[in-house]
Design a protein around this ligand. Structure first.
Ligand SMILES: [Zn+2]
Length: 326
């Protein structure tokens, strides 16, 4: 474990926001999420050092059996992701995309069918080997390129996983042509789900961003923020236990800590060795009726959050250059 200063402003002063364990793999290991007193960046501190992280990405983390509905879901997601790059247009010549954290390469492959020249970056050894386009296997900041050669760099749910987000912003800035786009999705630390409901995948998620901290990262690295989309088209972060949280904090004036959080239905099935199905759903409803009620409210709560730009994840579109300072 290591203690770190703020990655954005360098300050060593921060305040604890919440404590929670690694819910997926090591439920006995607790971590603290803090908020920088100076700039508001959220981060896990202390945290496992880079060399200790492998343990938290076991093989099961990458297992995601493909199903038909999964393919439909991916197509919808990729179409939503591609829409952010459309404004670059087609002025003859093929545009060049670098997808950071490309996993098995499905998004770049999708963009290739839309006429893009694609490359990827992926450090995970558990991903399948990609042979149809170039993939760099080092950490993004270490890949052997330093020239502005790309029209777009994308990073979908990547920056919250890395140990040095600033190095990623800098590298994206270096590799993009003037006017090129950096498009990325990150957790929204201004949301109830990210900040209060213990929904973050800790310690795989190490950083939590707000509109303001993203704006500062971009300003320091030569970008102009063009757009923030706060919604669930690409990835979702359901406001799990929103109802219980509101009742406990707003109505009863108490603190809502991890000990107050019921198991999710998936966790419940795992603990009780149940297959998913009606019987398991009924048992879970008896175990936590509030969760079932909460679940019914999600569509309403999520829609309200998206309208108020307080949903759990945000997609940002930033343009290289075009600022007064740079
Ligand atoms: Zn800071």
């Amino acid at each position: 474990m290591e203690n770190v200063a703020c990655n954005l402003c360098g300050s060593g002063r921060h305040t604890p926001v919440y404590e929670m364990p690694d819910r997926r793999f090591f439920r006995e290991e607790f971590f603290t999420v803090v908020e920088c007193n100076q700039c508001g960046l959220g981060f896990v501190n202390p945290r496992p050092a880079a060399a200790e992280m492998q343990k938290y990405y076991p093989r099961e983390y990458y297992q995601n059996p493909p199903t038909t509905s999964h393919h439909h879901y991916l197509k919808r997601r990729f179409t939503a992701q591609a829409a952010y790059l459309e404004e670059l247009g087609h002025d003859g010549g093929r545009k060049k995309l670098l997808d950071v954290g490309c996993a098995n390469g499905e998004f770049p492959r999708f963009m290739a069918t839309r006429g893009w020249n694609v490359e990827g970056v992926e450090v995970s050894e558990s991903s399948q080997r990609i042979t149809d386009f170039r993939v760099y296997t080092e950490e993004f900041q270490n890949i052997p390129l330093n020239e502005p050669a790309y029209d777009a760099v994308t990073a979908w749910a990547v920056l919250e996983h890395v140990h040095d987000p600033m190095a990623y912003f800098r590298k994206a800035s270096r590799l993009l042509k003037q006017g090129g786009l950096f498009v990325f999705l990150v957790p929204n630390f201004g949301s109830v789900a990210s900040r209060h409901l213990f929904c973050e995948d800790i310690p795989r998620h190490l950083y939590f961003f707000t509109r303001e901290t993203v704006r500062q990262y971009l300003e320091k690295t030569g970008f102009t923020l063009e757009k923030e989309d706060n919604g669930r088209k690409i990835y979702k972060l359901a406001p799990n236990n929103w109802l219980a949280f509101m009742v406990r904090t707003r109505l009863l004036g108490k603190k809502y800590s991890f000990g107050d959080v019921p198991l999710t239905s998936k966790e419940y099935r795992r603990v009780h060795h149940l297959q998913s199905g009606i019987a398991a759903a009924l048992k879970y409803a008896a175990y936590s009726p509030a969760s079932v009620m909460d679940r019914m409210l999600w569509p309403v709560i999520e829609t309200a959050q998206i309208l108020r730009k307080s949903y759990g994840v945000s997609t940002y579109v930033a343009r290289r250059g075009l600022t007064k300072k740079h």
